[in-house]
Design a protein around this ligand. Structure first.
Ligand code: SF4
Ligand code: SF4
Length: 57
């Protein structure tokens, strides 16, 4: 299962995109994080990194 992004909480800092080992996270046109469900391996690294707890598994 890919991580879920709470778009109301995400501040678009980009921290999660830098820690993902499979480069599954990117910022969309609104500056919110989006997860590629095809490549996410559910490692949890991004969840632990987000400063505003916008990501969950
Ligand atoms: S759970 Fe792991 S693989 Fe999936 S988006 Fe987060 S850092 Fe990337
Ligand atoms: S680390 Fe959190 S706040 Fe920053 S872009 Fe990722 S989901 Fe959004």
């Amino acid at each position: 299962m890919p991580v879920k992004v709470d778009r109301d909480l995400c501040i678009g800092c980009g921290a999660c995109t830098g820690v993902c080992p499979t480069e599954s996270l990117s910022l969309d046109e609104e500056g919110k994080s989006v997860c590629n469900e095809e490549t996410c391996v559910d490692c949890g690294a991004c969840v632990a990194t987000c400063p505003v707890s916008a990501l969950s598994q």
